[in-house]
Design a protein around this ligand. Structure first.
Ligand SMILES: [Zn+2]
Length: 734
């Protein structure tokens, strides 16, 4: 939002004279183009006797530190107007210090509770953090000052973030009615045209007439395109922003970040360094540069259809798993979505969650675990999480669904649908990976907090309560499950194609499912009620009973746990997190020496989607002891998707099981992983790998591995024997 609106709203405008200028006049000049005139205006302000005016002058001249210093002086004076604090807050907000900015807005409000501008400031800070509070602050600002255009411009921007296009247009119109030069409102209209694939020229003509140098408006359009997954189109508008205002460092930085999302390195570095060297050092710029630097620690592995970027320390271990999973996914989705990707897909895997987080900065409600930008997927490595908290397999299937859907729709798809479909695909691939019915989701169902389909995007972008993003993922996924169940799986692909034709959610539902969105909501809620209604109604009862069960388990009252456990479990069988009933019952079974019951309970835990490595390993041991090698293998194979890092024992056990079943490829994969994990007994691992190669009749590789084992431990007898056998096959085995 341009500052002029704020100042004019305060009624501070003074006449411009040759020697004295008020901030308002300068900002108006600035708004209508950065010119020699506005520069001299700011220079005059800078020489004012009033510290506040000097601050505004320095700010206009981009002398940030001096502006900050003058604001400090101005606010130290007795009887300072609250507006000065608001202005200082706006400077700090612009200079990446949102927390102090918010403090200043609050201080201003404490002095003047009717300060609409302070509420606007708070809304700006909230909007940056996607915390869902911005709209409330703006409503307050409008109530206090109905004549100000800025809150409407911000509301329009927020509505478009949520893809509520009609509301965005309406708010933009209100701003324009209040102020003919509401540039940001004009930008929202231009963005709306672009998002609907209509020519935006008329709006840009108006913008240029008001201010030919307004790079900010192009940047605002670009940002909305980016938030609607239109990364390549966003590049075009960031470039226009820079062309209009070459010193708009925020746009240089945003261009760099956007190009990184498209998988580029060189131009992003130039743009980001340029911003950084010109003092634009917000978190996104600094962290993105740091991430670019860290790419030297990555290996890039290419084949015809995939590009993998893996941290050098993890390549040997993770590459085989990721590579083969990725190819399986490509084969499945190619058939399912009836399309091939136009270019190889790039998957980046970050062992440091902070590095991954840089990839998602400024993106609301997006991937805690993975994120897709067109044909680039960035995700966490399993090593970035605690064992059991993350499933890289499910994440990869999820993100790859986005790759296809974004490509199929040319990035014209609402968030709820692409997320819902991706969640649906996880469960479609593996029942254990279906989205969890977590306590937050259960509470939302109980409290009837699910959103109508046409407003579901809001739950991702502007959550009204902290868990709403998680709830919205579940809801969107369950909506796609519902469509597949009631109308058939192919309907989902029909919906994809309708979105590609730019139909709205309302039209997509009507045309493909033959019902009005309101009716769809009713049917969906009835379906949810039927599935989970009873559980949701008993949610509090479940919580109370679980507490009692936990207490019984702590007191080792195993009979009580086993007697009451099934009843508690039946109230909420999907719960597999901390202190779940499965674990309490399995422990009681173990204490009573009932291995069959313990196995059955742990198996039910696994089927319900439980992913604790300890519990799954325990299940595998029970299965192995009972001679059920195939079942034990399947259990450990699930674990590979959960936590294949830092676990020699897992790879050795799985390798042994696979070798015993003559599944040589699998055994080789696991022993290779074992060697790559750098186990304490490295020679032993290399020897086991050699044995698997030998069994698979790959003698050269067997020899290579056995030599590696002997290099590590020259006196290692079993390896010496195997080498002898390999080099002199005629000598009989001893
Ligand atoms: Zn997603």
């Amino acid at each position: 939002m341009t500052r002029a609106i704020l100042i004019l709203g305060l009624g501070l405008a003074c006449a411009v004279s040759a020697s004295v200028a008020a901030p308002a006049d300068c900002w108006v000049l600035r708004k209508h183009g950065q010119s020699a005139e506005s520069r001299s205006c700011f220079e005059r302000l800078m020489r004012s006797r009033d510290a506040w005016f000097r601050a505004e002058g320095f700010w206009g001249l981009e002398e940030w530190d001096q502006a900050n210093e003058q604001f400090r002086l101005a606010t130290q004076q007795a009887g300072v107007e609250p507006v000065v604090k608001v202005r200082w807050g706006r400077l700090l907000h612009e200079r990446f210090n949102s927390s102090e900015a918010a403090d200043l807005f609050r201080e201003a409000l404490a002095k003047d509770p009717s300060s609409a501008e302070a509420y606007v400031g708070l809304a700006l800070v909230s909007a940056d953090g996607f915390d869902g509070k911005a709209a409330g602050y703006l409503a307050k600002a409008i109530e206090l000052n109905p004549k100000s255009a800025e809150p409407h411009e911000l509301l329009a921007d927020l509505a478009l973030e949520n893809d509520e296009r009609e509301m965005a247009a309406a708010e933009a119109d209100k701003a324009i009615a209040l102020s003919y030069d509401a540039l940001d409102a004009l930008a929202i209209h231009a963005a709306l045209e672009l998002l609907a694939d209509r020519p935006p020229d008329a709006w840009f003509d108006k913008i240029r007439k008001i201010n030919p140098g307004s790079g900010e408006t192009y940047a605002r359009v670009a940002r909305q395109l980016e938030l609607h997954y239109r990364y390549e189109d966003a590049v075009v508008y960031y470039r226009k922003a820079i062309e209009a205002a070459p010193r708009l460092w925020s746009a240089h930085s945003a261009l760099g970040v956007d190009l990184m999302r498209l998988g580029q390195d060189d131009e992003p570095r130039r743009e980001l360094e340029l911003s950084y060297n010109n003092g634009y050092r917000d978190a996104a710029t600094v962290n993105s540069l740091r991430l670019l630097d860290s790419y030297k620690n990555f290996d890039t592995i290419r084949d015809d259809t995939t590009v993998l970027k893996l941290d050098k320390s993890e390549t040997a271990l993770l590459e085989p798993y990721l590579q083969s999973e990725l190819h399986a996914i490509l084969a499945t989705y190619q058939k399912k979505y009836k399309m091939t990707l136009p270019a190889p897909v790039q998957v980046e895997v970050y062992p440091n969650h902070e590095d991954f987080a840089v990839r998602t900065m400024g993106m609301p409600g997006l991937g805690a675990l993975g994120v897709t930008f067109g044909e680039v997927v960035a995700m966490d490595s399993p090593s970035a999480h605690r064992p059991g908290d993350f499933n890289w397999g499910a994440t990869l299937w999820h993100e790859m669904s986005h790759v296809y859907i974004l490509t199929a729709t040319n990035h014209r798809v609402p968030r709820w649908f692409t997320e819902g479909l991706a969640v649906h695909e996880e469960g479609a691939h593996s029942a254990e990976w279906r989205d969890r019915l977590t306590p937050e989701v259960m509470a939302a169902i109980r409290d009837k907090k699910l959103l109508p389909v046409t407003r579901l995007d809001r739950g991702f972008v502007s959550p009204e309560y902290p868990a709403q993003v998680i709830v919205s993922y579940f809801q969107a996924g369950a909506m796609c499950d519902f469509v597949a169940e009631k109308w058939g799986e192919p309907k989902l692909l029909d919906m994809v194609h309708s979105y590609a034709k730019l139909l709205s959610t309302s039209e997509v539902v009507r045309q493909n499912l033959g019902v009005a969105p309101e009716d769809f909501d009713k049917q969906y809620l009835a379906w949810i009620e039927n599935k989970y209604g009873a559980e949701a109604a008993h949610f509090d009862q479940w919580r109370e009973k679980l507490k009692v069960l936990i207490a019984a388990a702590q007191q080792k009252q195993f009979d009580a746990v086993l007697a009451q456990g099934p009843g508690v479990l039946a109230l909420y069988p999907e719960y597999v997190d901390t202190s779940n009933v499965y674990e309490l019952m399995a422990d009681a079974d173990k204490a009573k020496g009932d291995k069959a019951a313990e196995t059955a309970t742990l198996l039910a835990y696994e089927r319900a989607g439980g992913e604790s490595p300890n519990l799954l390993k325990r299940l595998a041991s029970l299965q192995e002891d009972a001679g059920k090698q195939e079942e034990a293998t399947a259990t450990l194979e699930q674990l590979i998707y959960i936590y294949p890092v830092h676990d020699d024992d897992l790879h050795r056990r799985l390798g042994d099981l696979l070798l015993a079943q003559k599944h040589y490829d699998g055994a080789i994969r696991e022993y290779r992983a074992l060697v790559a994990s750098n186990p304490v007994d490295k020679a032993g691992a290399q020897y086991e790998l050699a044995q698997a190669y030998f069994a698979a009749n790959e003698k050269d590789k067997a020899e290579e591995s056995v030599l590696a084992a002997l290099e590590t431990a020259p006196g290692y007898r079993p390896a010496q024997k195997l080498l002898l056998q390999l080099q002199h096959p005629q000598i009989p085995k001893q």
